[in-house]
Design a protein around this ligand. Structure first.
Ligand code: ADP
Length: 647
């Protein structure tokens, strides 16, 4: 029996919807940066300094080249016969004194500029280190916040939400989507600011140094920008599809890991392998498509950049020959030109990062904003000192607004300490009834009362800590046996844990392990047998000491002696508590204070065994078909279990 049925598939709504909503959500994601204002300020300050230092370098290179050429010219003229020197100097537009100064000071000037270049290079290095580290810290912190919020929310979300969302999909959101947003917050935002600063700064310098040459280079820029935008848009849809395929891969992987036993038992390995292969293939194909685009785009852009360079070279060459451009200015200009193409390339990349992050933040906020169907209402009171008086008043229920009623007009009353056995065929609504007690779902009509309190009027934690649940399929968590028994009361002392384990007939097998109570159990308790897990679960419920119990009294496929021990443990657990039992066993039914027979969501018969044998043909039929075989089994166990079963 499972308390929660995952409705097969409902691919996450809202996927593939970048658009305006995506960007609104992206802005909202960016508002998380506000929690780390200091780090952000340092990162952005470092960005401005390092970009500024970067912008200085071509200017310094120009200074060096100009000093070199001036020195060379000076030496050349000073090497001429003295009578022509003055004339040559005048033709260069300078004086002999100036030339002597140029020649003697050239080395010092070059050294000074070299030192300046080193200083700027070092400060660029230092500040880009600070910028990168702070950006990484910022993005990791934001991702940390998102992961925590998502986890907390997923834990709070009610069963009906989980019914409609695949685990694999939720996992992708908590991992991959957070990563996409993190990438943008960390790199995209900073890079785009850097690109803009570099682009604008460079363009201003270019216009100021040589307006004509800038005009020659300019037409290439919009062309490159258009290519990058097209590339951004193309890659965004490819990336979105990639994420869908990744989610599918993840779902298959998760199902296979969780269901490995079933897969092996049904010898489904080849089919599952094929299913996985198919998903991996489609993921690979999509990745290759993206690589193709990337491999194509960069040569194209370099080609355009080279065309621009050729045009600039031509125009600059003419100007140099004309004497209107110095070699230094030309070198400076070409270096700045590279600075223009670099941010353009970055912007293309950022556009794709941004679209991905927008889609991902939409998916993240979809979870964070999801309405929780079941919540403690404002002003809910603590449910304390419960005696275990439970009433269902005209309860009707359906899982979905538009769905069929699964329960109709269910009215029942359990007095403190009573055992209520629920009987009925599969799908008759037994699990649904017990789902309403701890508010795994809320009633559609009617009321569920505990000690006179509507369960919707009390706080959820206080409600649930009064209800113990033991199901046939037991979930244990990675940790020790002791941790698992103390799951509902982590502060319980070892003595309390041992007492609970003894009552649950678990103490002997636990102490038989070399590490005793500190024995680690694997993920989902894989190292314990079914019967052992069940007894650990019983001990867990006993330790919580709830006044109300929900039980599934069927035992896993265990040998008769173990079954008897489990039964004994269950009986001890039920002592003095109001118990709702999905009854599979004759002894439970015989001992129950009330038996409720369900059919199609209605209670069709109620009473004790004797009463129902008299009055209810349906009960007699169930008794004969489902319980008699069990009764025969119980007779077999009688020599060991006799006095307990018949008590
Ligand atoms: P039982 O425990 O008696 O086998 P259930 O209470 O599990 O019966 O199921 C009653 C009906 O409700 C069935 O028709 C079942 O398909 C439906 N049902 C159970 N759980 C869900 C769920 N989470 N979402 C939608 N329908 C459900």
């Amino acid at each position: 029996m499972s308390l929660n049925r995952h409705a097969a598939s409902n691919p996450s709504p809202g996927r593939d919807r970048p658009g305006r909503e995506g960007f609104r959500n992206l802005r909202r994601a960016l508002s998380y940066l506000g929690h780390y204002r200091r780090t952000a300020i340092i990162a952005y300050f470092a960005l401005f300094v390092s970009t500024g230092a970067q912008l200085m370098v071509p200017w310094l290179v120009r200074r060096i080249i100009d000093t070199i050429t001036e020195g060379m010219t000076a030496n050349m003229i000073l090497g001429l016969p003295p009578q022509v020197q003055a004339g040559a100097a005048a033709r260069q537009g300078t004086t002999l004194d100036q030339l002597r100064l140029d020649a003697s000071g050239a080395e010092d000037a070059i050294i000074a500029v070299c030192i300046a270049i080193v200083i700027f290079a070092v400060s660029r290095g230092v500040f880009s280190f600070i910028q990168n580290y702070m950006a990484e810290k910022l993005s990791q912190s934001v991702a940390f916040d998102f992961r925590n919020e998502l986890f907390a929310k997923i834990q709070r979300l009610s069963f009906s939400y989980h019914d409609n969302h695949q685990t694999g999909q939720l996992m992708i959101r908590a991992t991959d989507d957070v990563e996409k947003v993190r990438m943008f917050v960390g790199q995209g935002l900073l890079f785009s600011l850097q690109a803009v600063v570099l682009l604008v700064g460079t363009l201003i310098i270019l216009v100021l140094t040589n307006f004509k040459l800038t005009l020659v280079a300019l037409p290439v820029l919009p062309l490159a920008l258009v290519i990058f935008m097209v590339f951004g848009a193309l890659s965004q849809s490819l990336f979105t599809k990639l994420q869908v395929r990744l989610a599918r891969l993840n779902t298959i992987l998760q199902e296979n890991l969780a269901g490995i036993r079933v897969i092996k038992a049904f010898v489904r390995e080849p089919q599952e392998q094929a299913r996985f292969d198919e998903a991996v293939d489609s993921h690979l194909a999509q990745n290759l498509r993206i690589s193709l685009l990337f491999s194509f785009i960069f040569p194209l852009v370099f080609l355009i950049a080279n065309l621009g360079q050729a045009a600039v070279l031509y125009a600059a060459g003419i100007q140099i020959v004309d004497g209107t451009l110095t070699l230094g200015e030309w070198q400076q200009f070409s270096l700045y030109l590279v600075y223009v193409f670099f941010p353009l390339g970055q912007l293309g990349f950022i556009i794709s990062l941004m679209s991905q992050a927008a889609a991902s933040s939409t998916r993240i906020f979809e979870i964070l904003d999801a309405q929780n169907a079941v919540e403690s209402k404002p002003g809910a009171v603590e449910l304390g000192g419960v005696t275990g008086h439970v009433r269902f008043e005209d309860v009707s229920f359906r899982y979905f607004k538009s769905g069929d009623y699964v329960l109709r007009d269910v009215t029942l009353e359990a007095r403190p300490g009573e055992t209520i056995a629920l009987l009925g065929s599969t799908g008759s609504g037994k699990t649904t009834i017990i789902n309403l007690l701890p508010r795994f779902y809320d009633v559609t009509e009617g009321r569920v009362l505990i000690d006179g309190h509507d369960v919707r009027d009390v706080t959820l934690p206080s409600l649930r800590s009064n209800i113990g649940i033991v199901l046939q399929e037991t979930t244990l968590f990675s940790g020790t046996i002791r941790d698992n028994i103390a799951f509902g009361r982590p502060d319980a002392s070892l003595d309390d844990v041992i007492a609970a384990a003894q009552a649950a007939a678990a103490h002997d097998f636990i102490t038989a392990f070399p590490q005793g109570y500190d024995t680690p159990v694997g993920e989902r308790g894989a190292t314990l047998s079914g019967g052992q897990k069940q007894r650990v679960a019983i001990a867990r419920a006993l330790l919580l000491n709830p006044s109300i119990l929900i039980l599934d009294d069927s035992t896993s496929s265990v040998d008769l002696a173990t079954e008897y021990q489990i039964q004994k443990a269950l009986d001890r657990l039920m002592e003095g508590r109001t118990s709702f039992v999905i009854a599979q066993r004759i002894s439970t039914v015989l001992n129950a204070d009330q038996i409720l027979v369900l059919e199609g969501g209605r209670i069709v018969a109620r009473g004790t065994h004797e009463e129902l044998m008299e009055s209810s043909p349906i009960y007699v039929e169930i008794y004969n078909s489902q319980l008699e075989a069990d009764a025969a089994l119980d007779d077999e166990t009688a020599p060991i279990a006799g006095e307990e079963v018949r008590s």
